[in-house]
Design a protein around this ligand. Structure first.
Ligand code: PEP
Ligand code: MN
Length: 339
């Protein structure tokens, strides 16, 4: 069964001509424009009689997945996502680390300095925090963004930080190199649209309740805005077994390689909710060929204002990097584009 179709145009063709010709037959059809490329995409399938009546197009394909643009059926080669000089999806994992929340200048800068010295490639830290309780620390907001910018200046590491509200996308995008959509907001459709339109690289976390298909359909919301710079982040799904109530779904990493061309990173901090499990699961993800790791690190986890119980201290991060480097020496480099 087909769940979607994509009509790819020749360069310079006006997609609106195709859309007009199709609209009565396929009302779901819509135009997707990316730099130098355009498509008409919709749900359901498109029959050869309909395409025969259209102006000549580059290719027209029916897709079985309900996330046509995110699927490998549409694009066989892996997408490379660039954040400054950092590239996700090129065969070697990108290490992203930093505190859960930006708390103070000293905390942020000391952490960034330590991580950069150990070869960490990107810095993370929340300035706008999604907290279960309204009484918990909500983040330093604008002041937090300024501290993240200072950390980038000091170390050269690009910054990824969460945006919670569609109205803050412009503000957060003016500081961050990559926008994080948090697990709770994976299906916040106005936020997805706004972040898609920003054309900034996006880290799209999986909601704990979401199937892989629902997650990829969330990515599709960004793709239809023409934003293909998406990295998926697995961060644990609901489980009844563990004390933390979470289960890091490493099987999804293997499944996703077949289903999508988008890079996938693993977050063993939120995925386990337990700092003692972070390094073992990070290593498992590296062995499975993850495109990156996202790890929470705090100079004094016991004093952290959020997620201290799952944060590594500096020595814990050093151990992870040491093991990662040993693994790189013994594991063959995964072949690129190998679904
Ligand atoms: C975070 O990265 O600090 C965070 C809140 O993550 P998640 O959305 O996965 O809970
Ligand atoms: Mn956190």
């Amino acid at each position: 069964m087909n769940n979607g179709f994509i009509i790819e145009l020749h360069p310079g063709m006006d997609p609106l001509d195709i859309l007009r010709a199709l609209k009565s037959e396929v009302p779901s059809a819509r135009v997707v424009r990316a730099p130098e490329r355009a498509w008409v995409v919709g749900s359901g399938s498109i029959s050869p009689e309909v395409t025969a009546g259209l102006p000549p197009v580059r290719r027209s394909l029916n897709i079985s997945a309900p996330y046509p643009l995110a699927s490998r059926e549409f694009q066989a080669e892996s997408t490379e996502v660039r954040v400054g000089a950092i590239v996700f999806g090129r065969g070697s994992p990108v290490i992203i680390a930093g505190p859960c929340s930006v708390e103070s200048r000293t905390q942020v800068l000391s952490t960034a300095r330590h991580l950069a010295a150990r070869g960490c490639q990107m810095f993370r830290g929340g300035a706008f925090k999604p907290r279960t309780s309204p009484y918990s620390f909500q983040g330093l907001a604008r002041d937090g963004l300024a501290l993240l910018a200072e950390a980038r200046e000091l170390t050269g590491m690009p910054i990824v930080t969460e945006v919670l509200d569609p109205g803050d996308v412009e503000l957060v995008a003016s500081c961050a190199d990559m926008l994080q959509i948090g697990a709770r907001n994976m299906q916040n459709f106005p936020l997805l649209r706004e972040v898609g339109r920003s054309m900034k690289p996006v880290l799209l976390k999986r909601a704990p309740w979401a199937s892989v298909s629902a997650w990829l359909q969330a990515a599709e919301y960004l793709l239809v805005e023409g934003n293909f710079q998406i990295v998926l982040c697995e961060r644990g799904i609901v489980a009844s077994e563990n004390a933390s109530g979470r289960h890091l779904d490493l099987a999804a990493l293997v499944q996703l390689r077949k289903k999508t061309h988008l890079p996938v990173v693993i977050d063993p901090s939120h995925g386990t909710g337990d700092r003692n499990m972070v390094v073992p699961l990070a290593l498992a993800a590296l062995l499975l060929g993850t495109d990156g790791l996202l790890v929470e690190v705090h100079p004094d986890p016991a004093a952290a204002l959020s997620d201290g119980f799952q944060s590594l201290d500096f020595a814990g991060f050093d151990e992870l990097i040491w093991l990662h480097q040993r693994l790189q020496q013994i594991t063959p480099k995964p072949r690129r584009n190998d679904p």
